[in-house]
Design a protein around this ligand. Structure first.
Ligand code: DAH
Length: 339
């Protein structure tokens, strides 16, 4: 019996030593210690031994079992440790590797130009304000001296929501909101979206952007308007840019003008860009109409002011020599990346 035990123990140890996987250890455990395992069978055969020998032999079998169990669990731990280490080293992160480059977003050319315009006017002490895009007819037309049935209403194909609520066709409506606040003087620009029911083509879109300007104070004259816009044009298009004021009509200003800048491409000589004229139209402006001041509760005898309205897309297209407005709305990254 003793020899048999010794043999079993040696055989178990040999197999444990030779095993290369965790599963193998389980098989060994079953083969030697399991219900039908060698040691269990030996235990069962104890009843054949002489009664006085049994306790001693039983003890020996148990000692052998314990010894095998111990070695099995040592080996098991060694396997598990090796597996842990293999996993850890496989998952090691080399923090010195350069990072993957993820594609960066890009500011839209409209945004770049708007920020430039805001920078220029902030530098002259203007506040940047915003007004609502859904607007009452009153703010978009009436209070700007465009009464019902005025032909100027026809020029701006309006999206109406109800009879007197609409999508603003011009940022000029923001002027009225600012004047109604009753805080003078006013020196503001108001950028934002405007809407007109136009067909989409290279120069039209049902939604585009304007930047409105308004200054109201005592003793504001047309000379202030000219000086301000001349400075604006210089900062935006270059130091040698000239401005030209052409008489025009807007219901909310009197007198009114359209402003051209000398072509920054050919410096006024005449080119494809300025259609040979040397000048490019960039905005509308004028002295705020006394009726407009009055309607918003400002005394035109004490205060005067000027206003102007710039089409943002128009400036962007000019500045970057883009010949189709639709490119600005498609958000094609290949296009946007160029600016
Ligand atoms: N609101 C005008 C338009 O949409 C632009 C404009 C012209 C605004 C003259 C003004 C201005 O403030 O004085 O065509």
């Amino acid at each position: 019996m003793k020899e048999k035990l010794q043999e079993i123990k040696e055989e178990a140890l040999r197999q444990i030593e030779a095993s290369d996987r965790l599963e193998k250890l389980n098989e060994i455990k079953v083969a030697f210690l399991g219900k039908k395992g060698d040691l269990t069978n030996l235990m069962k055969s104890l009843k054949e031994a002489a009664p006085e020998e049994r306790p001693k032999l039983g003890q020996l079998i148990n000692d052998t079992r314990t010894a095998i169990e111990e070695i099995l669990s040592e080996k098991k731990e060694a396997f598990e440790k090796a597996m842990r280490e293999a996993k850890l080293s496989a998952e090691t992160i080399d923090v010195t590797l350069p990072a993957k480059r993820s594609p960066m977003g890009h500011r839209h050319p409209n945004t770049i130009v708007l920020e430039e315009v805001e920078r220029i006017f902030s530098g002259m002490g203007y506040e940047v304000v915003e007004g609502p895009e859904v607007e009452y007819d009153y703010y978009n037309f009436e209070a700007l001296n465009i009464p019902a049935n005025h032909p100027a209403k026809d020029e701006q194909d309006t999206f109406y929501i109800t009879g007197d609520i609409l999508l603003r066709t011009q940022t000029s409506s923001t002027q009225v909101h600012e004047m109604e606040k009753g805080k003078l003087p006013i020196r503001m620009i108001a950028p934002g979206r405007v809407y007109r029911s136009d067909e989409v083509d290279a120069t039209h879109s049902p939604c585009f952007h304007q930047i409105e300007g308004l200054v109201i104070d005592k003793n504001i004259t047309f000379a202030d308007l000219k000086g301000t816009l001349a400075e604006f044009a210089k900062q935006l298009f270059g130091e040698d840019t000239k401005v030209k004021f052409r008489p025009h009509h807007f219901p909310f200003t009197e007198p009114s003008a359209e402003v051209d800048v000398s072509c920054f491409k050919c410096k006024g000589k005449g080119c494809r860009f300025c259609k040979g004229s040397g000048w490019i139209e960039i905005l509308g402006c004028g002295m705020v109409h006394p009726r407009v001041l009055e309607m918003s509760g400002i005394d035109p005898e004490k205060y005067t002011g000027f206003a102007f309205g710039v089409g943002l897309e128009r400036i962007t297209l000019l500045k970057y020599e883009i010949d189709d407005m639709r490119l600005l709305y498609e958000n094609d990254i290949r296009f946007l990346k160029q600016f």
